[in-house]
Design a protein around this ligand. Structure first.
Ligand SMILES: *Cc1c(COP(=O)(O)O)cnc(C)c1O
Length: 354
């Protein structure tokens, strides 16, 4: 398929003061858009000026949330080149999310080609300051205008780009976590493994309660016993427990994170034993008090790693790491960002240059 490229009539220029960047508020001049019709497949791929869509008020996505998305980043390297981190993994996961939500899959190679072409045109938008990046948001929505509950016959796939600030301004700040024992993110058999909007909409209530109590993030427990740890905010979670790396298993209720996968590879090479099992909240609270639990951190594209400094479950609060990021957390942050920004060798071929 040939990608049509439409001109931008009144291009904006990227802000010169990159310190003023806010996550996900500014977008570049162009977006990639492609349409799907049942019987015809994906067609009319186009790179065009960034702007609003025409959407019928009855579009299925607006009523029944048939929607999926991805999140990845383009990094500016010291030599001026632009790097992507495991982008194929994102589009493969996008297809798994699509299958779960009864949406049409995409050709991964074509998506990568379209993304590259979009980035070529928008490369001046990849910021230069330390720790900044261009956040990439591929999205698919059900556009068919009909109020019956069913998988749509029409979809829109698009990619938008947003220059983002460094996640950490001065060092990795540990976060305060509130353990949700009443509200759950997902249940077994649900859509926890799909990056689909509904999972995030249903997480807002607990996050809002946590924020009102002064916490930064919610720790999600399993949907049945509310005992086993699953994720933190919209990140996977890892623990350094009894000298081993313990992280929740991929059993359909957590997102299969690319950062999680990369971190597990790195810690294995550092000589750590890995246990993919769900810790119980009691193991965590007792472990923090006894010293068996040394570090806990979230993993995800936005933050890379996010150290947990404090955890509150019901009326019990425990501290971790004296309000400082742990040694391993720091090392993993430096290693992964080092690979992404080209400061360290890329032994696993995770990086793809533009
Ligand atoms: C996106 C996401 C993650 C992290 O995935 P990465 O590929 O590492 O960015 C973890 N949990 C949830 C719920 C997510 O949406």
């Amino acid at each position: 398929m040939e990608i049509q490229v439409l001109p931008v009539e009144t291009p904006k220029t990227p802000r010169s003061d990159e310190s003023g960047l806010v996550f996900g508020k500014e977008f570049t001049n162009r977006m990639f858009v492609m349409t799907y019709d049942k019987g015809k497949g994906w067609h009319s791929p186009c790179i065009k000026p960034y702007g609003p869509f025409q959407l019928d008020p009855a579009a299925l996505v607006l009523h029944y949330a048939q929607e999926i998305f991805e999140g990845l980043k383009a990094f500016r390297r010291p030599d001026g080149s632009i790097a992507l981190f495991r982008p194929r993994d994102n589009f493969e996961r996008f297809n798994r999310s699509a299958a779960r939500m009864c949406m049409p899959e995409l050709d991964v190679d074509f998506c990568l080609k379209a993304l590259r072409q979009l980035l070529e045109l928008e490369q001046e938008w990849v910021p230069h300051s330390a720790g900044t990046s261009l956040y990439i948001r591929p999205t698919m929505i059900a556009t068919e205008p009909v109020l019956g509950v069913k998988p749509a016959d029409q979809y829109l796939f698009y990619i938008i780009l947003s220059p983002v600030a460094a996640y950490y301004k001065g060092g990795l700040n540990p976060v305060k976590i509130w353990v949700s024992d009443e509200y759950v993110r997902v249940a077994p058999g649900g859509t926890g493994e799909a990056k689909t909007g509904g999972n995030y909409a249903s997480s807002l209530y607990a996050s809002t309660l946590a924020a009102a109590k002064g916490y930064d993030q919610v720790l999600w427990l399993d949907g049945i016993e509310r005992k086993y740890v699953e994720e933190v905010g919209s990140m996977n979670i890892c623990f350094l427990y009894d000298g081993k790396i313990v992280t929740s298993p991929l059993k359909g209720t957590i997102l299969n994170g690319i950062t999680r996968r990369s971190i597990l590879t790195l810690v294995k090479e550092m000589g750590y034993e890995i246990e993919e099992r769900a810790l119980t909240i009691d193991e965590i609270l007792d472990g923090a008090e006894s010293g068996r639990l040394v570090e806990a951190f979230g993993t995800g594209t936005a933050a890379v790693v996010s150290p947990v400094g404090q955890l509150t479950y019901r009326d019990r609060t425990v501290q971790l790491g004296n309000n400082q990021a742990g040694e391993l957390t720091m090392k993993l942050y430096d290693t992964l960002t080092g690979i992404q920004y080209g400061r360290l060798p890329d032994a696993h071929n995770w990086v793809e240059l533009l």
